[in-house]
Write a new protein. Structure first.
Length: 65
């Protein structure tokens, strides 16, 4: 059995009482992120290092050169 994790944004920790949350399936776990922080996951995932396993190895979706 896996422990029940309360749904909260992986970036800011806000829950569904405060903000809509988008579910993420990742490494067999259900994670949540809010719309405000979805761009962080897309463009700057290393900011989630320590909150999201392996985030330091993720690559941003695109670059703005
Ligand atoms: Zn958030």
């Amino acid at each position: 059995m896996t422990a029940t994790t309360p749904s909260a944004c992986i970036a800011c920790g806000r829950g569904p009482d405060d903000i809509p949350l988008i579910p993420l399936d990742y490494q067999g776990a259900r994670l949540w992120i809010c719309p405000q922080h979805l761009p962080v996951l897309i463009h700057d995932p290393t900011q989630l290092t320590g909150r999201l396993a392996g985030a330091e190895h993720m690559r941003p979706a695109d670059h703005h050169d």
